[in-house]
Design a protein around this ligand. Structure first.
Ligand SMILES: Nc1ncnc2c1ncn2[C@@H]1O[C@H](COP(=O)(O)OP(=O)(O)O)[C@@H](O)[C@H]1O
Ligand SMILES: [Mg+2]
Length: 340
């Protein structure tokens, strides 16, 4: 469904901005940002970020609310200008080639902006008309996209009657009407129930398999782990870390985590003593994070760490051994939890 990115460069600017370190040599990256900055007055919403998205990749911006994710996406989508730095989308400068770029992008904004008055099918057709696509083509295209979004049976429903998950799928279907080779998704599943999220992940996974470049934002670490081959962790408009989900965990956390609850008032007081005890144990202990409701013990071998505690008399009320996640990476890098 998605046409390949053109390899010829429509924008005759310096070749250094077109290198694709992770893609095939000579390939124009889907997105390339260098010291990209967006300021509102004195406040830098995006504060000098650099990244490259090779074509065909599923690339994520992971960060808490206010990190600058949507601001970055709007600059990529050529609907918001940058204050400073470089930005190329499919080799073109969004400030010079907005319409050309938008013709090749699919955009799923953070807030659904479907036309509630129209039916599901009409939403896709009307959107396609903005791109100047012929009506006859759009009739067939709408049916194909409804099928893809599992909305065929709702083709004639009004949008206001759809569930949140269906609206999100329709927004994605609509964004695909121009056969984009780059799809931008700003928090695609925020606010959806787990089942609706899984249906959506499945659709996005299929797009990825077809070679569509996905650039998505999320503050859900499980979503980033599911969908993204590579991601940047952003906070306060800056990049804290970059890599594959597994690579980030390997570089910034221990293999496992032991979660302990001693009761609300006792977690902090336990932390110091545990720390001393685990330093001496052969469990690959790294550190302890004190959260309001629990302690996170970072150790290569969390089960062994738990055993070391059991042999003392400091019994937690509950304990849980798990693998490290991107949430742990974020906590490590910022001292804060990702989802507040
Ligand atoms: N139009 C605007 N004017 C002033 N500040 C803005 C504007 N848009 C966003 N911001 C601020 O920029 C920061 C980043 O916002 P945003 O990109 O929406 O973050 P995210 O999508 O990661 O939650 C926030 O502090 C937000 O309040
Ligand atoms: Mg946002």
């Amino acid at each position: 469904m998605s046409a390949p990115l053109r390899t010829s460069d429509p924008d005759p600017s310096p070749s250094s901005t077109h290198s694709a370190p992770d893609g095939a040599p000579g390939e124009v990256p889907a997105v390339h940002a260098e010291r990209l900055r967006k300021a509102y007055g004195d406040f830098a919403a995006v504060d000098g970020i650099s990244f490259t998205v090779p074509r065909g990749e599923a690339f994520g911006l992971l960060g808490p609310n206010g990190a600058g994710k949507s601001t970055t996406m709007r600059m990529i989508a050529a609907v918001s200008s940058r204050t400073d730095g470089q930005l190329r989308v499919a080799g073109m400068d969004p400030q010079l080639h907005g319409p050309k770029i938008r013709a090749r992008l699919g955009v799923v904004p953070q807030q659904d902006n479907l036309d509630e008055e129209l039916t599901v099918r009409e939403n896709i057709i009307m959107y396609g008309r903005y791109f100047g696509l012929p009506r006859r083509h759009l009739f067939a295209k709408a049916d194909e996209l409804l099928e893809f979004a599992q909305l065929t049976s709702r083709a004639r429903s009004r949008v206001e009657d759809l569930s949140g998950g269906m609206k999100r799928r329709l927004t994605i279907a609509r964004a695909l009407v121009n056969d984009p080779d780059i799809l931008l998704l700003d928090e695609p599943t925020t606010g959806l129930d787990p089942q609706a999220r899984h249906v959506l992940w499945d659709r996005l996974f299929r797009l990825r398999e077809r070679g569509t470049t996905l650039v998505l934002t999320t503050h859900h670490m499980d979503e980033a782990e599911q969908l993204c081959s590579r991601l940047i962790v952003v906070d306060h408009g800056q990049i804290m870390a970059e890599g594959s989900p597994a690579g980030l965990i390997r570089d910034h956390s221990t293999r496992e985590v032991l979660e302990l609850r001693f009761g609300t008032d006792r977690n902090a007081e336990q932390a110091q003593q545990l720390n001393d005890r685990l330093r001496g144990a052969d469990v690959g202990f790294d550190r302890i994070e004190v959260l309001p409701d629990r302690l996170l013990v970072y150790a290569e071998h969390a089960e062994a760490a738990l055993e070391a505690l059991h042999s003392s008399d400091r019994r937690p009320l509950t304990s849980l051994v798990r693998r490290s996640s991107l949430e742990d990476v974020f906590l490590r890098l910022t001292g804060r939890s990702l989802i507040d």
